[in-house]
Design a protein around this ligand. Structure first.
Ligand code: ZN
Length: 201
């Protein structure tokens, strides 16, 4: 443990910043110093933004998304295709799909994936409301946009079984060669999945 080089308030700021993903102790010190130097143009607006966010952040009771309104911005958007529900594990996945403009439907955020080894079961996921939503008359397709990991695929199988008697098409994301990817650099699992899921050219 190195000795403190600043007062306890600054050390506390550094410790908190160091808990952010992607920031180690060194980057946290650099970020803290940057905030301190830019007190008026960055630190104060950031403080206000954090306080406003804390006061207003809520979980959408329809889809499980995090937003400052309930139902969330996506669920409230009348231009969205209500026949399509894209199931994701985390809000970060929803944001990624939105950044890519890949979805014009609605989402369902599970909050986690099933993981028997870690003791995460269906009761720990936002999954009951999905069963009801998928059975609404206007829903035609449920896309399982889950990670290509054991837990992601376990979750996909569970939901497919759960919706077995529902009148909806249950689909999953394609697995294969990434855009701009070179075959020589791909792992064997990705290559064989790409071969299996080949499409007409
Ligand atoms: Zn929502």
């Amino acid at each position: 443990m190195s000795s403190a080089i600043a007062g306890p308030e600054i050390e506390r700021l550094i410790q908190l910043l160091a808990r952010l993903p992607g920031l180690g102790p060194r980057s946290a010190r650099r970020a803290a110093l940057h905030l301190i130097k830019k007190r008026e143009t960055l630190m104060e607006p950031l403080t206000t933004a954090l306080q406003t966010a804390i006061a207003r952040i809520t979980v959408c009771e329809v889809c499980g998304n995090i937003d400052t309104q309930n139902p969330c911005t996506v669920c409230s958007d009348p231009r969205r295709d209500r026949s399509l529900i894209v199931v994701v594990a985390d809000v970060a996945d929803l944001w990624a799909l939105e950044r890519a403009h890949a979805v014009n439907g609605l989402y369902h955020v599970l909050g986690a994936t099933l993981s028997p080894l870690d003791g995460i079961g269906p009761q720990d996921l936002n999954i009951d409301t999905l069963a009801a939503r998928a059975r609404a008359p206007d829903v035609k397709e449920v896309v399982l946009a889950l990670n290509a990991t054991v837990d992601g695929q376990t979750t996909a199988h569970y939901i497919t079984d759960m919706l077995g008697d529902a009148d909806v098409r249950v689909t999953g994301l394609a697995h294969g060669v990434p855009v701009g990817g070179e075959l020589d650099y791909l792992d064997e699992g990705t290559l064989s999945a790409a071969m299996r899921q080949r499409t007409p050219f």
